[in-house]
Design a protein around this ligand. Sequence first.
Ligand code: AMP
Length: 119
Amino acid sequence: MGTDCLFCRVVAGEIPATVVRETASTLAFRDIDPKAPVHVLVITKEHYADVATLAQDDPALAGELLATAAAVAEDEGLLGDGFRLMFNTGVYGGQEVFHVHAHLLGGAPLGPMLARNLA
Ligand code: AMP
């Protein structure tokens, strides 16, 4: 992917990030604008636009992303009280950066799944 992708630039080391875990295929770093005491983004180093594309094209890599998220949750002490793992996807999902990323959120009660009931 070209240098216009923000998270590809993080992977390339062109944009600084507070990395908390790195594997051969994934990277986890703190969100620049945290919404919870723990807010870590977990990405694949390879560029996929979103979680649907990743899961369809490389399900094994999607599993590696989840394993990294679980390891970070353990490192951050979130396994006891729980956490939320979230993939914003597309326009309705509110996705702003089109490089697949899981939001790992925890460290406090996170409230309802959505701010409003849309059903
Ligand atoms: P989303 O709306 O799901 O695409 O989330 C994008 C997330 O990326 C937001 O929570 C931003 O705060 C976060 N973000 C944007 N730029 C950076 C950066 N340079 N380092 C870390 N997190 C970032």
